[in-house]
Design a protein around this ligand. Structure first.
Ligand SMILES: [Zn+2]
Length: 293
């Protein structure tokens, strides 16, 4: 039911407890801050004035918008700009180089392209970026592979360095120390799954570490489409190995090699079908269907 004027007036004269009065004062101050920010002037009575951000007239990308001090007159427009203070170096998406703190600008003003380059940073491209960020990959698989190539997956050797006490054995084979190289390459479970998959696709290669795997995946092989399908297959395999590793840790169960390979085959097949490039020859399509269906 809506309150009438009389209700409001009678409410304004009611005796408020100290807690209620304090809450009303805080609400009024909050409202005052918002009105200052929106209208540039105070609409409620409050001695506390929040600083607002004023955009100087004619500001461009190379200018810096500064916030006036809290005690500065609200309607005063800053006439000077502060220099950009270099921030600590931050890694870009490739993990190398730094992100500039200088806003992108040129004589014609801000452009989307300059903003994208500014956010991305000027880094050195790593040699495994091509297969990790292959656009046929499922994005979550690419992300895991990216972590793997930087050796940033939370394997037990890393957990130990972080003073997290746990046993150090690989949960898949329970024979060796769990490292990134072991869990994805040298572990008997991973190598058996990889061998079964390679036999199915018709690949004969001996992989001993992640660097060699990465180098091999970047090599040309019977056309761009086939190479990308193989890259996608290895990304799915690595994801499923990590999934089985987590199942072994948390649920104490591991799928059989054959079951994992079948799952990988199915995931690769449906992924490629869903994002099949337009310019793929019939020969390549027949090869894809014959090895992965
Ligand atoms: Zn193992």
């Amino acid at each position: 039911m809506a309150r009438g004027r009389g209700d409001l007036e009678s409410r304004s004269h009611e005796v408020l407890s100290p807690t209620t009065s304090l809450r009303h004062l805080q609400e009024a101050r909050l409202y005052n801050n918002w009105t200052q920010a929106i209208h540039g002037s105070s609409r409620a009575t409050s001695s506390a004035r929040a600083p607002i951000i004023t955009i100087p007239h004619g500001a461009s990308g190379k200018d810096v918008w500064v916030s006036p001090a809290a005690d500065q007159t609200l309607n005063q427009t800053p006439t000077t700009t502060a220099p950009v203070t270099p921030a600590p170096a931050a890694p870009n998406s490739h993990g190398e180089g730094t992100v500039s703190t200088q806003l992108p600008s040129n004589d014609t003003g801000y452009t989307t392209s300059s903003g994208y380059k500014w956010l991305r940073g000027e880094g050195q491209e790593v040699d495994w970026a091509g297969w990790v960020w292959n656009n046929l990959n499922i994005p979550k698989h690419s992300f895991l592979c990216w972590l793997v190539m930087w050796r940033r997956v939370q394997t037990k050797d890393r957990l130990k360095k972080m003073q997290i006490h746990t046993d150090e054995l690989c949960p898949l084979c329970e024979q060796e120390l769990e490292t990134c190289e072991h869990i994805f390459i040298t572990c008997p479970y991973a190598s058996t799954c990889r061998k079964l998959l390679e036999d199915q696709i018709g690949i004969n290669v001996s992989i001993v570490d992640l660097t060699q795997l990465s180098t091999w995946l970047q090599k040309p092989c019977n056309g761009r489409f086939r190479r990308r399908v193989i890259q996608c297959t290895y990304a799915v395999l690595m994801y499923n190995i990590w999934k089985q590793r987590n199942a072994a840790v948390w649920r104490k169960c591991i799928a059989s090699h054959q079951s994992t390979v079948e799952r990988v085959t199915k995931e690769v097949y449906w992924r490629i079908v869903s994002v099949m490039p337009k310019k793929v020859s019939c020969t390549d399509k027949n090869w894809f269907v014959s090895v992965l269906s």
